[in-house]
Write a protein that binds this ligand. Structure first.
Ligand code: PRP
Ligand code: URA
Length: 206
């Protein structure tokens, strides 16, 4: 299922991210602010369990997370979405997934992974700002399922219809949360109007 998260501040932050004049520091801080807003709907169904908490005056019922989520940022660009989630959820686990798109074939090349299999029954949040052809997201989901992950959701900032369709065809059980569904892809596989290369925009490697 696709969820396009709608919020006036999300629209404002995306406008700044799209602007080619926005520099790396502003890009990263806006990406974090926007991701923080996305975290709320993405995490809305987290399970909590009751516990007893003692206030200065009395004992009462409180809650704690049943299973802490595992954040899986896809390197490099997904790194910019980690802080926004960590601001909101205490004690998350962060499992990096190294992947890049071959510029000619547009196929994803996986070069690093470290998913902790002991967390296979925890909610897993795949973070990547750009969902273009969908090749990277599908390969990441293949990998996470192979490692035993059972409850995965994808979070992107900008998605192309082509990528959403591919993820839905290959992993119909996975919900995709995005801040913006754009028009489509250009001949080089970039999202239009998009924001350019999200990794380069964050790290200044344009
Ligand atoms: C970008 C982006 C995704 C992928 C999306 O990464 O962060 O991982 O492309 O494209 P797809 O949906 O067509 O697979 P990139 O290869 O530019 O690597 P980088 O993050 O290191 O810049
Ligand atoms: N990766 C990006 O960073 N941007 C795009 O538009 C497509 C893939």
């Amino acid at each position: 299922m696709l969820v396009v998260v709608d919020h006036p501040l999300i629209k404002v932050h995306i406008t700044v991210l799209r602007d080619h004049m926005t520099g790396t520091d502003e890009f990263r801080s806006r990406l974090t602010a926007l991701t923080r807003l996305l975290a709320f709907p993405v995490l809305q169904d987290l399970d909590i369990v009751p516990m007893t908490v003692t206030t200065p005056l009395a004992q009462t019922t409180g809650y704690k997370l049943d299973k802490v989520p595992v954040l899986v940022p896809v390197l490099r660009a997904g790194l910019g979405m980690v802080e926004g989630f960590r601001d909101v959820v205490p004690n998350t686990v962060v499992s990096h997934l190294g992947m890049y798109r071959d510029h000619h074939t547009l196929k994803p090349i996986r070069y690093y992974s470290n998913f902790p299999t002991s967390y296979h029954d925890h909610p897993v949040i795949l973070l990547d700002p750009m969902l273009a052809t969908g090749g990277s997201a599908v390969d990441a989901l293949d990998y996470l399922k192979q490692e035993g992950a059972q409850n995965i959701r994808v979070v992107s900032i900008i998605s192309a219809p082509e990528g959403i369709k591919k993820v839905d065809e290959c992993h119909p059980d996975v919900n995709v949360f995005t801040a913006q569904l754009d028009e489509g892809l250009n001949d080089l596989g970039y999202i239009l109007p998009g924001l350019g290369d999200a990794g380069d925009r964050q790290f200044g490697t344009v």
